[in-house]
Design a protein around this ligand. Structure first.
Ligand SMILES: CC(C)(COP(=O)(O)OP(=O)(O)OC[C@H]1O[C@@H](n2cnc3c(N)ncnc32)[C@H](O)[C@@H]1OP(=O)(O)O)[C@@H](O)C(=O)NCCC(=O)NCCS
Length: 175
């Protein structure tokens, strides 16, 4: 099991992980990942820019991924690019074993190293496990976003959470 930066060779593994989580119908409004060609273009940009995009590899399979993109790249062109937008996926068979915790710590460290001032993410209110994980690492609720009908037919509230990386590093030093 190892956490490393994603490469173009991970395209299929990453896509399959993303598709498996979409198929659960619980954590994203997406029923499918973006088209593979779109992901391929994004991976090339990630390599060029050095944005923190990590995968967890286990016995040749991609079983987890975590991405940080500058905010303006994430569909909201006016957003401040000192903010990194974070997303994480762990394959269902590997959840609740501490992998998300390891991945999140790695992402926070690499985001600080990459110069981001803060991290933000959008998470559904029903996703208690993810919210717990983010709160433990210092993320705080910022505001509610829109409500969505998830593929499992449940309506859910999306909320934005934020971690100030400067404050995070200060608190880490005082521990
Ligand atoms: C969210 C996710 C990335 C977390 O990864 P993980 O490997 O399962 O997380 P970990 O095992 O490191 O930690 C899980 C924590 O949540 C806690 N937890 C588990 N179920 C919980 C629940 N229903 N309510 C509250 N906390 C819960 C665990 O006790 C653990 O906390 P602890 O370390 O303080 O005991 C992963 O579960 C996942 O990919 N879920 C589906 C996709 C998703 O939700 N992505 C995030 C969208 S913003």
């Amino acid at each position: 099991m190892r956490i490393r930066q994603i490469t173009l060779a991970d395209l299929d593994g990453f896509y399959n992980l993303f598709a498996a989580v979409c198929a659960e119908g619980l954590y994203t409004h997406r029923q499918l990942p973006p088209a593979k060609e779109r992901i391929r273009e994004s991976l090339i940009e990630v390599q060029t820019q050095g944005w923190p995009n990590h995968v967890i590899e286990h016995e040749g399979q991609i079983i987890g991924s975590g991405e940080v993109f500058p905010a303006s790249v994430c569909g909201e062109p006016g957003r401040d690019d000192t903010v990194g937008v974070l997303g994480m996926l762990i394959h269902k068979a590997f959840r609740n074993q501490g992998l998300g915790t390891c991945l999140l710590r790695t992402l926070i460290d690499s985001s600080q190293a990459a110069g981001f001032a803060a991290l933000e993410l959008d998470v559904y209110t029903s996703n208690r496990r993810a919210i717990h994980l983010y709160e433990v690492h210092g993320f705080e609720w910022r505001h509610d976003l829109s409500r969505h009908l998830l593929p499992n037919r449940q309506e859910d509230q999306l909320q934005r959470m934020r971690l100030e990386l400067g404050l995070h590093s200060l608190s880490a030093k005082t521990l």
